[in-house]
Unconditional design. Structure first.
Length: 312
């Protein structure tokens, strides 16, 4: 596969086979806190931004929202290789950036400073850098740019918008929380709810109870994560997954559980919130990342310091 111009292979990291690995692409603003630099870019332009990055290239950037998630993915790789040194089904992290390679030196230096195992840095000047996701076998794309995320989803790649926030690095294992409708599952029931209200949605779910729900935008990523999790016993797994959904357990939980069973996707814990705020339960779980399609839920998660990613 031809690499796009501006790709820097990290020779310090063993390169993975993208057909077997769980490839995650993150933008620089998702992994590091570049808010000041981004403001400079918007206000003063590319040249000033490049000058700033070059003159600060040895000054490590502060961790951003997706930083702890990437660290925890590394921990999973370590545990998988400890149990089977020949295993190829690992996390493979690459950085996708609109920086030029010269202003990207600071990005590379920062990842090395923190010991992040990034296998490739793709510095692409194209307006739409998401065109390279499929050729790299990317299963999840995290970006701080809404247009990028929408473009990735249109290309059929699981993607989410990361909001910059101060994040306390949670301890291992890797903990990932998914919302249900419009994230793991399709938004069919959401649509019924919008048109016919809660009563209509409950009746629809009862009628459709035996029929698995359609796939949501993050199903492919969740399935691969589940496959990695299944290499271990539940007690020893370095991955824990959660479903935290606004559905009520009594009326609308059965179909969700049956769908997961039909897919063969084992989830460690499922919480049916019946419309209650998700913040308190997320504060207890302390996930490395939380995926939701509702901005009010994202805000609730951010209020309790949980790294959040919005699936538009």
């Amino acid at each position: 596969m031809a690499e796009p111009e501006g790709t820097v292979i990290n020779t310090d990291v063993k390169q993975k086979d993208p057909s077997e690995a769980l490839v995650i692409a993150v933008t620089t603003r998702a992994i590091f806190n570049l808010e000041e630099e981004h403001k400079l870019y918007l206000e003063k332009g590319k040249e000033e931004y490049t000058r700033h990055q070059k003159s600060n290239q040895d000054k490590p950037l502060q961790p951003g929202t997706a930083f702890a998630f990437i660290q925890a993915a590394q921990y999973v790789n370590k545990k998988i290789l400890e149990s089977n040194p020949a295993e190829k089904d690992l996390f493979d992290i690459l950085v996708l950036s609109n920086n030029s390679p010269e202003s990207g030196v600071r990005i590379i230096n920062s990842t090395k400073h923190y010991g992040l195992e990034i296998s490739k840095f793709c510095f692409v000047s194209d307006e739409d850098s998401t065109q390279y996701l499929k050729s790299h076998g990317v299963k999840l794309f995290l970006s701080a740019d809404r247009t990028d995320v929408c473009n990735a989803l249109r290309r059929g790649v699981s993607a989410a918008l990361v909001f910059q926030q101060e994040v306390q690095a949670p301890s291992t294992p890797l903990r990932v929380v998914f919302d249900g409708d419009a994230v793991l599952f399709s938004d069919e029931t959401d649509q019924v709810f919008r048109e016919q209200g809660l009563e209509g949605a409950v009746q629809y779910e009862r009628a459709m109870e035996a029929v698995p729900m359609g796939e949501g935008p993050l199903k492919a990523f969740a399935m691969h994560l589940g496959k990695m999790r299944n290499k271990f016993s539940q007690e020893k797994s370095p991955i824990r997954t959660y479903l935290v959904t606004a559905r009520s357990g009594r009326d609308m939980g059965i179909r969700a559980i049956k769908t997961l069973r039909e897919w063969g996707l084992a989830i460690d814990e499922a919480f049916f919130m019946d419309g209650a705020p998700k913040g308190p339960i997320l504060a207890q779980i302390q996930p490395h990342i939380f995926f939701d399609d509702g901005l009010h839920n994202i805000q609730g998660a951010r209020n309790v310091g949980v790294p959040s990613a919005w699936v538009p």
